[in-house]
Write a protein that binds this ligand. Structure first.
Ligand SMILES: [Zn+2]
Length: 340
């Protein structure tokens, strides 16, 4: 993308000039009754040039913390045409179908985040992905996509990014959450499609589907603003006022502890807890309490994801544990974050 292209920003046929703020609706499909489905977009273009950042949420329609994060981002005083260098493209709800039906998926039961870059003549999910790529992503220099855990699973706020890329790593550090997971690209994800276009991208995960989590929302909002400072869209002093993180911990690896038996789970350790190898994480029992099976950690680490539904089948994923070089330091950091 050339400087001239960036100067000439056009989305869904509307031209957005420097120093303007505009709401746009991108048509993506029609329902059976011909109701037009549109993706809502707000563009804030600073007078001064700079990067073009998209911030998107609800690609999984039931992951709503990010919708609230974007709403609050757009309400921040610093996010205005005078102070901003470059352009913010905010897309609070990408999967408008799923959002309206409390569903992760599209009506064709496809996962939108497995359908990128999509195609004009493909399935409904593929068409929505194609519209999002051509109207938004291809016009940007950076991106942040906001997620939560899947239904009945909660995540400690975390960044997932491809850390082989130096620029992406710098963004991940700037975001400033307790935990960063290096995640190899999955086929068909927005992140993969963006990176193939040379656009560094972060994925933020925090909380649970269909729930607002105040702490996660505030952490995500601050993270987005921190990244805007890092890439020069906002003056650092404005971002510093939010309080920068002193350190960020990148996980060496992560794994799920699965249920060794079916039953009802009582957890002994929660999200953000440090666990040692062999430590008791929870107990699975039958309805009478006659038998109970111990669920134990197989490695030292921090719990970064947890099931929220206590009725489990053998093999269900219960605890997501990330391992670090210095677990003690991460534990301290997470405690600090929790006390904030
Ligand atoms: Zn998601």
């Amino acid at each position: 993308m050339t400087d001239a292209d960036i100067q000439k920003l056009e989305i869904a046929g509307e031209i957005i000039r420097p120093g303007t703020r505009k709401r746009i609706e991108i048509s993506c499909a029609k329902l059976h009754d011909y109701t037009e489905m549109v993706i809502p977009v707000e563009v804030v273009r600073g007078r001064r040039p700079g990067p073009t950042l998209f911030v998107s949420a609800a690609i999984h329609g039931d992951e709503i913390n990010g919708v609230e994060i974007i709403k609050r981002l757009l309400a921040r005083k610093v996010v205005n045409r005078k102070t901003l260098c470059g352009t913010l493209i905010a897309v609070p709800i990408v999967n408008v179908f799923g959002f309206n039906s409390h569903s992760r998926y599209l009506p064709d039961r496809r996962d939108l985040n497995r359908c990128f870059p999509g195609s004009e003549n493909g399935s409904l999910a593929s068409q929505v992905a194609h519209v999002f790529m051509t109207e938004i992503v291809s016009k940007c220099t950076h991106g942040i996509d906001l997620h939560t855990g899947a239904i009945h699973r909660s995540n400690l706020p975390q960044i997932r990014a491809h850390l082989d890329n130096e620029e992406t790593t710098a963004l991940a550090r700037a975001f400033g959450v307790p935990v960063v997971l290096n995640s190899s690209i999955r086929d068909g994800s927005l992140r993969q499609a963006a990176e193939e276009k040379g656009i560094p991208m972060l994925l933020f995960e925090g909380g649970e589907a269909l729930r607002f989590d105040e702490k996660v929302i505030r952490t995500g909002l601050r993270g987005v603003l921190n990244v805007m400072g890092e890439i020069g869209m906002l003056a650092q002093r404005k971002v510093m006022a939010l309080g920068q993180e002193k350190e960020v911990f990148i996980a060496r690896s992560s794994h799920w502890v699965r249920a060794p038996h079916s039953g009802a789970l009582r957890t002994r350790r929660g999200l953000g807890a440090r666990v040692d190898e062999g430590e008791l994480l929870g107990l699975l029992s039958d309805p009478y309490g006659d038998s109970s099976v111990r669920v134990c950690a197989n490695k030292e680490g921090i719990i970064v994801g947890i099931t929220m539904i206590p009725l489990v089948n053998q093999g269900d994923a219960l605890f997501h544990i990330a391992t670090f070089d210095d677990t003690g330091a991460v534990e301290e950091y997470v405690e600090e974050w929790e006390d904030r």
